[in-house]
Ligand binder design. Structure first.
Ligand SMILES: [Zn+2]
Ligand SMILES: [Zn+2]
Length: 351
């Protein structure tokens, strides 16, 4: 099979991803082989490619917003069945035994494996997954539109939950990429008011179109204090800015896996019970809840789809904040010659 691999971390300008020919993996006990239709491109992929995060295996196949169908099941797998559509997300596996797993925080499991980071991901014609960690997807949705829901959506949704924002309250969103534009739709559906902070004119316009009540730059003070804020941009200097705009008792959530250092700041910004917290990964429950909500609320990502030959270009545009909505790679999987059951194969550019 063909796969895009990362062997050596370097700036995306130098094209860190290249094609390689790998053998199709065989699903072991509890595993499934997934034939990939589309895979989202996330900021985390960028951070891994460029070395902001350490390389945990080499070479590695990136991509953790995987939409595909089950091509083969390993021993002991009752569901999903062959031919069923599944979504794979960042959490590839957790132990189920440790104190974190037992208290419903499998996202913090010290033994957790991560798709496209510690195990190979979806920038590949086929990929392996643990059946219990594959999220069922409806049979009829276009793969490019489902892919961004799987990380941008799920992790964004966890950030929204942990922000504590309630109906009628004002939620601030700092940075307006793939995740924020989905969280904005969820927040609006849940009856929250959204203020969006981004320097990009294009992103400001998009935020307005999606129902943001106010838009400005990260250094601007909003007309009313925020009840909660989520920072999507990997820029530590935004933390004191967001705290300055948040009311007493409000929470500022840091939604990224990587952030530049947070500058020193006066204690008064944190005083009055403001909370700063991070969000790490997501659980299967977050995934199931968010996919349900997305369906109910009609949350749809704006997608910029690329043929997977242009993966390095997609990463570059992501780095420059020039993607409107979410970047997705179309993965062409024909090497085994099996008939795809992809429902949109005929009418769309579905691989
Ligand atoms: Zn991600
Ligand atoms: Zn565990």
């Amino acid at each position: 099979m063909r796969a895009l691999i990362l062997r050596e971390q370097k700036p995306v300008e130098e094209g860190p991803l290249s094609f390689a020919s790998l053998s199709v993996p065989k699903p072991g006990p509890g595993q499934i082989l997934v034939r990939v239709h589309a895979c989202g491109v996330c900021h985390t992929d960028l951070h891994i490619a460029e070395g902001d995060l350490p390389l945990r295996k080499s070479p590695v196949v990136l991509g953790h917003q995987v939409v595909g169908e089950v091509a083969e099941t390993g021993p002991g797998v009752a569901k999903p069945k062959e031919g069923e559509r599944v979504g794979l997300f960042w959490l590839a596996w957790a132990c189920g035994q440790c104190p974190f797993c037992r208290r419903g925080q499998e996202n913090l499991c010290p033994k957790a494996r991560f798709t496209g980071y510690t195990v190979d991901g979806g920038f590949s014609e086929y990929t392996l997954a643990f059946a219990d960690f594959a999220l069922p997807l409806p049979a009829d949705a276009p793969p490019e539109e489902e892919a961004p829901l799987l990380c941008a959506g799920i992790v964004g949704y966890r950030a929204l939950k942990l922000s504590g924002a309630q109906k009628g309250e004002i939620l601030g969103l700092y940075g307006f990429g793939a995740s924020a534009h989905l969280v904005l739709q969820a927040a609006r559906f849940l009856g929250m008011r959204a203020f969006v902070f981004t320097r990009s004119q294009a992103h400001q316009e998009q935020a307005r179109e999606l129902g943001a009540e106010w838009v400005g730059s990260p250094k601007d003070r909003p007309p009313k204090p925020l009840d909660a804020a989520i920072i999507f941009a990997p820029a530590g200097w935004i933390v004191p800015e967001a705290l300055s705009s948040t009311r007493p008792g409000g929470t500022v959530v840091l939604a990224g896996i990587h952030m530049t250092p947070i500058p020193g700041m006066p204690y008064r910004l944190l005083w009055e019970e403001r909370v700063v917290r991070s969000v790490a990964n997501a659980t299967r429950a977050d995934g199931e809840e968010f996919l349900r909500l997305a369906k109910e609320a009609g949350i749809r990502p704006e997608v910029q789809a690329f043929p997977w030959e242009e993966a390095n270009k997609a990463l570059l545009l992501l780095k420059r904040a020039e993607i409107r909505g979410a970047a997705v790679l179309r993965i062409a999987a024909d090497s085994l010659g099996t008939e795809s059951s992809c429902p949109s194969r005929k009418e769309r550019a579905c691989p």
